[in-house]
Design a protein around this ligand. Structure first.
Ligand SMILES: CCCO[C@@H]1O[C@H](CO)[C@@H](O[C@@H]2O[C@H](CO)[C@H](O)[C@H](OCc3cn(Cc4cccc(C#CCN)c4)nn3)[C@H]2O)[C@H](O)[C@H]1NC(C)=O
Length: 133
């Protein structure tokens, strides 16, 4: 299932760093942050080959268990087998995901969350470190 962290108290302006290795045959992985597993302010889902998508980052939110509208990014800075680091910061308006190669993805804070209590990392990703700063 992967790592799940709850009862966090990450405030606006702080960032969540997820460092690890993408599996060699990865199909996809996801980093979910929000209030709990049914209320995600961001589902960050790089897809190497899954759900019919090849090398696409799918971002979405979830409210009371219902998915929102997807936003897709095809500028894809991930390679199977590579180490990578993802830094998520946020404020009440939007989340910013900093990626390798100074790439940034901005996603609206549709839930208007003022703090993040929940983090989950799922799929073909071997976690090396998680850092809150
Ligand atoms: C064209 C009409 C139909 O449209 C499709 O409709 C599908 C169903 O809604 C959407 O797919 C859903 O999209 C949602 C975001 O929106 C979610 O990603 C959700 O997955 C949740 C989920 C998470 N996890 C854990 C996990 C995570 C990553 C790796 C692994 C692994 C592994 C070992 N190789 C496991 N398991 N399931 C996905 O199913 C498609 O995008 C969407 N496609 C388009 C183009 O619109």
């Amino acid at each position: 299932k992967g790592l799940v962290a709850t009862h966090l108290n990450i405030q606006a302006g702080e960032c969540i760093k997820v460092k690890g290795k993408i599996l060699p045959e990865a199909k996809g992985f996801a980093v979910n942050v929000g209030k709990d597993r049914s209320n995600l302010v961001l589902h960050f889902n790089p897809r190497f080959d899954s759900h019919g998508d090849v090398n696409v980052i799918v971002c979405n939110s979830m409210e009371d268990g219902l998915w929102g509208t997807e936003e897709r990014e095809t500028d894809f800075p991930f390679q199977q087998g590579d180490k990578t680091e993802i830094c998520i910061s946020f404020d009440t308006a939007e989340l910013t995901v900093k990626l390798a190669g100074d790439k940034e993805i901005v996603f609206p804070n549709r839930l208007g969350l003022e703090n993040i209590e929940y983090l989950a990392v799922e799929g073909d990703f071997a976690i090396k470190a998680i850092k809150f700063s």
